[in-house]
Design a protein around this ligand. Sequence first.
Ligand code: AHM
Ligand code: MG
Length: 333
Amino acid sequence: MRRVTLTQYLIEQQRAGRINADLRLLIEVVARAVKAISVNVSKGALADLLGEAGTDNIQGEAQKKLDVIANEILFQANEWGGHLAAMASEEVEEVHQIPFDYPRGGYLLLFDPLDGSSNIDVNISVGTIFSVLRNPGKDTEPSEQSFLQPGREQVAAGYALYGPSTLLILTVGNGVHGFTLDREMGSFAYTHPFMTIPVETHEYAINASNARHWEPPVQRYVAELQQGSTGPRGKDFNMRWVASMVADVHRILTRGGIFMYPMDEKCRKQGGKLRLMYEANPMAMLVEQAGGAATTGRERILDVVPHKLHQRVPVILGSASEVERVAAYHREG
Ligand code: AHM
Ligand code: MG
């Protein structure tokens, strides 16, 4: 069977006027970096790639060796193509400028190079999340301010999931499309056209060890789910928590459900657990493009106006009716 590749899909998007040549090249380069990260992730202990790197990132978290490698692969792959004005990474404090000897383009690329890194050493799926914005000024050296745009301004977003297969899930604002890495061919095959989140759901994802720290609206919502067929919802719900956001979101894009890392007393001082620019915004764009919804509980995630690059936010996303119910419980207080 002849399969459409990511390259062909992107060229068709360009012909249809949905993306320009620069954005096409940008996504191709990200996909190339994803292949390299996938190779490294799958080598694991064979190449002495498990364990800590011995450094802390800007979030004050111990970096894994693969965090550092994935970050370097993405920076290096994207520096020379001429399509970017600058980059920002969850792992690095400052904006990453394009080296002087390379031309600059009109886009900003943001990424979480290896999400779910607590899962690396136990051989559970991890991922890469990315977001693309336009550089708002003519600045050749964009500042942090240039990146501080609400998520609705994203022109593309996606993630790679390093699981039993390596997948690349992408939106350029025309639905969500999935590609599977064909290792023999070295290319991404177009395997998941127009992914949509099923409306009916009976699964939820939340780290229940934080239950005592949650706010009343989330306590109420989860308590109702747990009462199952004997409670107000009148049906049983199942729970899943991979602790890799990419894997949890991918399950929701595949078979529905709701994912929550809500505000709680443990993370209140930081504003939430997950990062707005590297995790919440790209996932919110994908989820909305797949017919779902994404909120902080109090505001649509894509409308949050960022005030700093490494800002954190509460995240509640997935099947629209469930997300709307949690938002309604927040409004009711
Ligand atoms: P990371 O970017 O440092 O890996 O952290 C983000 C991850 C998400 O993938 C996941 O949903 C969450 O942290 C899991 O947190 P917890 O360990 O509290 O369950
Ligand atoms: Mg992360």
